[in-house]
Design a protein around this ligand. Structure first.
Ligand code: NAD
Length: 495
């Protein structure tokens, strides 16, 4: 059985806490590795290494930091197959999906490669006579990242490149369920020339997270995960005086108007609901079908669902893999029964599909006639279950989205420019798609939801990421009037 170690000060460090957590291959149900969970002393060792490294890293030139980031970017790209293999073997997502996740992560490294441009600051010469005023942005110090299981490569890459490019040093606490890919990515960063201690990885659970949030030398933390833990991390970290950005869960709606391109909408609903087994924070989990589009849309989605191939993510024919754990698979399956008991119409029941072996598989499900009072509507299921809520009007569907406590993403499918324009202005969510089901921003914008999907006021990566990882310093300097100079400046002076 493989054991997975921490990466502290550039070295592989075995946990001595005596506490471990199993890592599974979800496609087979077999344990593939044992993960040592950090003790408080091990977290402290990582923070100490990062604190020491900050003394020099924060002084390394922007040119040198940029060179390392370019090398890192190229190494990640050269190792896509190995990273994807690790993702699929511990998360379960199909290999093509894993490669897509890495590509989105690379976008964030590329953004950080432009750090010289992003950190230019601003300058006013002669603000007062002989006085110049300029603003520079400086790094914070040691920062921490706490990341979820569903994007083990991409989510760490939302913050690590910008944080390090800005001159900070970093301690990552990845999900204990699929830790191999982020650990490998951190090793690649060292191979690219990153000095020891600038990026450290500690594996752990609540104990490690709590220590990072209370540690006096940790200046900021970026969290991505479920809403209750995001709220907890935000409240605990800010109470300890830290800068916190905390992204939570989601229940993303796709509003479909009767004039929409039905084929486009059905394709989008299927890929956005069932891709990565629905374990995406930007997955579509509710279709709000307006008026008489509902019947043909449900038929079109059903027809497409029946063609989906669910299987081991390493098989090129598979379009959807297993869920992350046996417990999560069972919980998601239970929701289908709960939906039926509360009055939803089970159009396709994923529990009917049989799979060989002990993998954590579940077929895809479609629930129609769901209402906002039902448990399947109120809870974040985070699995391959799509709910259809039938609405009489556009305004009713839009208000449904506004009333939902989450506000990560929302999409509209229509050919009507006026409706699209109203939706982009009024949709109560942080990321909005027009005929795009999963509107994940490109790396040079920033990612984050509204309402219970985000705690704090700064979203992740892009320009907001650079702001989060730096603090402004305004310098005001006075130099004597050139007229007092002793150098011959080519015009009459006092001398
Ligand atoms: P999770 O909240 O269970 O875990 C996230 C991280 O928090 C992990 O590193 C975990 O070890 C740690 N953690 C878990 N329990 C903790 C506790 N009691 N105290 C302190 N730390 C704790 O989330 P998950 O199951 O790994 O990921 C799925 C969730 O993440 C979903 O809700 C999904 O919507 C959300 N998510 C949101 C976004 C976004 O951008 N908004 C992106 C990805 C995932």
């Amino acid at each position: 059985m493989d054991t997975i170690n921490h990466l502290i000060n550039g070295k592989s460090v075995a946990s001595t806490s005596g506490r471990t957590s199993p890592v599974f291959n979800p496609a087979t149900g077999e344990q593939s590795a044992e993960l040592g969970l950090a003790s408080i002393e091990e977290v402290d060792a990582a923070v100490d290494a990062a604190k020491t490294a900050f003394e020099t890293w924060s002084r390394v030139s922007v040119a040198q930091r940029t060179r390392i980031l370019f090398s890192f970017r190229n190494l990640v790209e050269a190792n896509i197959d190995e990273i994807a293999r690790r993702l699929t073997s511990e998360h379960g997502k199909v290999l093509s999906d894993a490669a897509g996740e890495i590509a989105r992560g690379i976008e964030n490294i590329e953004y950080a490669c432009g750090i010289a441009e992003h950190l230019k600051g601003s300058y006013n010469g002669n603000a007062s006579t002989g006085v110049d005023v300029y603003t520079v942005r400086q790094p914070l110090g040691v920062v921490a990242g706490i990341t979820p299981f569903n994007f083990p490569a991409m989510v760490p890459l939302w913050t690590i490149p910008n944080a390090i490019a800005c001159g900070n040093t970093y301690v990552l606490k990845p999900s204990e369920k699929d830790p191999s890919a982020p650990l490998f990515i951190a090793e690649l960063f060292h191979e690219a020339g990153l000095p020891e201690g600038v990026l450290n990885v500690v594996h752990g659970d609540k104990l490690a997270v709590d220590r990072l949030l209370e540690h006096p030398d940790v200046k900021a933390a970026s969290f991505v995960g479920s809403t209750p833990i995001a709220k907890y991390v935000y409240e605990t970290g800010t109470a300890a005086g830290k800068r916190i950005q905390a992204l939570g869960g989601a229940k993303n709606h796709m509003l479909v108007l009767p004039d929409a391109d039905l084929g486009l909408a059905a394709d989008a609903a299927v890929s956005a609901a069932y891709g990565s087994a629905g374990e995406r924070c930007m997955a579509i989990s509710v279709v709000a079908a307006v008026g008489d589009v509902a019947d043909p849309l449900v038929d079109a989605i059903t027809e497409r669902m029946q063609k989906l191939t669910v299987g081991d993510g390493t098989n090129p024919d598979s379009e959807m893999g297993p869920l992350i754990t046996r417990e999560h698979r069972d919980k998601v399956a239970d929701y289908i029964g709960i939906g039926a008991d509360e009055g939803a119409t089970v159009v396709v029941d994923g529990r009917d599909q049989n799979f060989d072996g002990d993998g954590f598989f579940l077929g895809v499900s479609l629930l129609d006639n769901v209402t906002p009072e039902m448990t399947v509507y109120r809870d974040e299921i985070f699995g391959p279950v799509l709910c259809v809520v039938r609405c009489d009007t556009y305004a009713e569907a839009r208000d449904l989205i506004s009333a939902n406590p989450w506000g990560n993403g929302a999409a509209i499918f229509t050919r009507d420019g006026g409706a699209a324009r109203d939706f982009q202005e009024t949709a109560d969510a942080g990321m909005v798609g027009i005929n795009v089901p999963i509107p994940v921003p490109v790396g040079y914008h920033s990612f984050g939801g509204w309402k219970d999907s985000l705690f704090g006021d700064v979203t992740m990566y892009g320009p907001e990421g650079v702001n989060f990882f730096t603090r402004p310093k305004v310098l005001t300097s006075r130099w004597p009037d050139p007229a007092t100079s002793t150098v011959d400046l080519g015009f009459p002076t006092n001398t």
